[in-house]
Design a protein around this ligand. Structure first.
Ligand SMILES: C[S@@+](CC[C@H](N)C(=O)[O-])C[C@H]1O[C@@H](n2cnc3c(N)ncnc32)[C@H](O)[C@@H]1O
Length: 264
């Protein structure tokens, strides 16, 4: 079996971006539809402002800027932010990017919309950080503004590893990404996750891997956290199909969860 080189996969933004590009347009469409449908911001502004905590390689920053939103993103990874900056320049688009942490942040301006997809929120490993994050988002939103938060719930009955496989290709670089989650540690509220990438470029093959911990939530734990931040009202739940015709309840029947939260 090939040996995998341990890396921080956010130090290779192009590879991350190749793998996660696929849903970007669908997510952008859903963000705009959600805003039309559930947003209650009193005064119309142009352009409208969108905030992305942990914006990573900037795929959604670019997408929203292209749609005419004034986009602001932050992340703790400088390589990811540098990549996002380069993408914006190539697309001749403007956005504000900075280094900051999800746990606690503040902005002078207020936003109509904010979002955080692909389970990024689960990097916040304790309740205080998760609550701090939601409160910071609430403080950054205009009254009636929305926060769309997408993450996988955990089934604590799992006793085997779960796998997801992603494949992407761009400009002669092919990336196969296998993501494995170990059975959750219910008492510690965490699960170990590993991303393994096989990268083929110029006839050469490279194998890399990154491991991290995610905080775990079942539906009851997610509800309890939401109740602890009363300035955000939970107004709807969807899933990663981004299909308006099938809203869901926040329960444990389906694990991919997209919460629509509104600033009171
Ligand atoms: C899965 S990527 C998501 C990137 C982007 N939001 C997207 O949808 O493609 C997770 C990002 O979270 C960032 N991150 C992880 N923990 C963070 C924290 N505590 N504060 C800020 N950024 C963080 C990582 O550097 C990485 O860029």
């Amino acid at each position: 079996m090939a040996k995998h080189e341990a890396i921080d996969w956010y130090d290779t933004p192009l590879l991350y971006d190749i793998v996660f590009e696929e849903d970007t347009k669908k997510e952008g469409d859903f963000l705009e539809q959600a805003f039309e449908r559930f947003g209650r911001v009193a005064k119309k502004r142009s352009p409208r402002r969108v905030l992305e905590p942990a914006c990573g390689s900037g795929r959604l920053i670019v997408e929203m800027a292209r749609r005419g939103w004034q986009a602001t993103g932050f992340d703790l990874s400088q390589p990811m932010l540098d990549f996002a900056e380069k993408r914006l320049a190539e697309a001749k688009l403007d956005a504000t990017l900075k280094v900051a942490r999800m746990e606690s942040f503040s902005f002078r301006e207020k936003f109509e919309l904010a979002h955080c997809f692909v389970s990024t929120f689960k990097y916040l490993l304790d309740e205080e950080s998760a609550r701090g994050h939601l409160q910071s988002v609430a403080d950054a939103l205009l009254p009636g503004g929305l926060y769309l938060l997408g993450f996988h719930l955990t089934d604590y009955d799992w006793d085997a590893c779960q796998h997801e496989r992603w494949v992407g290709q761009r400009d002669g670089v092919k990336v196969v990404c296998n993501i494995r989650s170990w059975p959750p540690e219910a008492r510690k509220r965490r699960e170990k996750v590993r991303s393994r990438m096989t990268v083929t470029q110029d006839g050469k093959v490279r194998h890399t891997e990154t491991e991290w911990w995610f905080r775990t939530y079942d539906a009851a734990q997610a509800r309890k956290l939401l109740r602890s931040v009363p300035s955000l009202e939970h107004v709807a739940t969807y899933d990663f199909c981004y299909d308006w015709t099938t809203p869901r309840d926040l329960d444990d029947r389906q694990l991919d969860t997209l919460l629509i939260l509104r600033k009171r």
